[in-house]
Design a protein around this ligand. Sequence first.
Ligand code: GLU
Length: 251
Amino acid sequence: MCGIIGFTGYLEAKNVLLDGLTALEYRGYDSAGIAFFHNSSIRTIKTTGKVSSLRDKVTYATDMNSSCGIGHTRWATHGGVSDTNSHPHTFGRVTLIHNGIIENYHELELELAVLGKHPVSQTDTEIAAMLIDSLYDGDAVAAIKEAIKRLDGAYAFCILFADEPEVIYCLRNGSPLVACHAKEGSVIASDMVALISYSKDYFVLPEMHIARLTKDNITVMDLNDTVITPKMLHVNWDMTAARKGGIRILC
Ligand code: GLU
């Protein structure tokens, strides 16, 4: 289970994502990727190897401004290490990143095949993207809630819907996600180290709750659509202390 970062706000999203993935590198990974909205369509750049290799690839996209996107460092569990298997994965209108394992992906893959839907990667993750897309009729929360009923395993997801630019939906079940809202925008990550540049006040996304991130706020709701106020936490360390190794930084 490796790194997740999502950002929507008033900075260049590609840079926020790359810096977040760099902060998360210590967890180990085999490939890295980002997806972001540019002129209301989603662009994805991914590669095997280091975040520095991803950064080189992204350099060629400097003309593509972005203010919302998601980034991932992968530690392959299902499917070999390849550009195709790297995250983010897109199927239809859904683009997502995932930490964890979808235990029943093969059974779901067989069901989706009956509908004529076939993955291009060998990952369990793409099956989750396919499932959510197959359940999506314009209501992102409804599609996610239906998908959860079918997904077995541990997961943290950040999801972009092609027809809802600048918004990120997130969910977790057994894999960590922490989030903060700051003047620069809304940020979510698998570990506080990727948030600390923006805020020392953050919350842990409660399990089986859906977070909707926009530039100006984060809404958290339970599976009955009740909006909740997550408990805010505060850290009293900064990245200098973390780099010295004196802080337990896993959430
Ligand atoms: N199971 C997924 C894959 O193999 C996610 C692995 C991870 O957590 O990085 O792509």
